[in-house]
Ligand binder design. Structure first.
Ligand code: ZN
Length: 269
């Protein structure tokens, strides 16, 4: 679907509208806007003539939520219908309106911008966000929650909740890349409805005192056993032995961090 055109359309749209309209790589169901996207339509024509894709960047209030590529823009007397394809989420709270630059002025789109439509420069982070292979970029379904959650004693709830909360969009993308197979042992759990279950592990833990980052290079797709072994630092990680995918490069610095923690712990013992 690449390359991307140098300009893009910024538009406000509710997450629910987008998800409901999305049909994956097929053109979405049309969404109606109460404004004529005259310049937006011209941009789409220009992008097409160059064999490039026109990005649509979606926001809710000041936060950028999703992006997609424009498929059709149809102008009516006082409204517009647009269709998109390949809807992809941005990592939560990573980008704001002010990360976009207005096409005509070269100035950042202020966080206080109130119009729901603007023409902006295609930001470099769109290509970076797309560095994961396209097949992995469908919107992943959330991992089912553990059914023992409600009955667990409080301290247990905290642990379990921590793991479930870390089932971010990024983590789910990584599970899809690995088809929910453990990167240590290759095992996957098939659920009764035919879906698969795996867990995402941050190699250098998030939060104090470790302050690991929520980036793909710091995340592993694991079976519950290997997840627990790494969480409780029972085993070190040998990068060369992990099941890897070209679409998911693991950063050796995080692996070193994990292995150093284990060494330090064993010294204390
Ligand atoms: Zn495993």
């Amino acid at each position: 679907m690449f390359p991307l055109f140098r300009s893009a359309i910024y538009v406000n749209a509710s997450n629910k509208h987008l998800r409901d309209a999305s049909r994956g790589s097929e053109p979405s169901h049309p969404i109606t806007e109460k404004k004529r996207w005259t310049s937006g339509k011209k941009l789409l024509d220009e992008a097409r003539s160059r064999g490039e894709e026109l990005p649509l960047i979606f926001a809710v209030f000041a936060e950028l939520t999703f992006w997609a590529v424009a498929r059709e823009i149809t102008l009516y007397e006082s409204s517009t219908e647009y269709q998109f394809a390949d809807l992809q989420p941005f990592p939560e709270k990573r980008y704001r309106r002010s990360n976009l630059v207005v096409r005509s002025t070269g100035a950042p789109l202020p966080d206080t911008f109130i119009k729901s439509y603007a023409l902006v420069q295609t930001p470099p982070f769109l290509s970076e966000e797309n560095s994961i292979e396209k097949g992995a970029l469908q919107i992943p379904q959330p991992t089912p929650q553990a059914t023992d959650l409600a009955d667990a004693p409080p301290d247990r709830v905290q642990t379990t909740t921590y793991r479930i909360l870390r089932d971010t969009v990024l983590a789910r993308r990584i599970k899809i890349i690995h088809e929910f197979r453990c990167q240590v042992c290759g095992h996957t759990i098939e659920l009764p409805d035919g879906s698969r279950y795996a867990e995402a592990h941050h190699i250098q833990p998030l939060g104090e005192p470790h302050n690991g980052r929520d980036v793909i290079g710091n995340i592993l797709c694991l079976c519950p056993n290997h997840h627990a072994e790494l969480d409780y630092r029972v085993s070190s990680i040998t990068l060369a032995k992990l099941r890897c995918s070209e679409a998911h490069a693991i950063d050796a610095r995080y692996v070193d961090y994990h292995n150093r923690l284990i060494q330090e712990n064993s010294r204390v013992l």
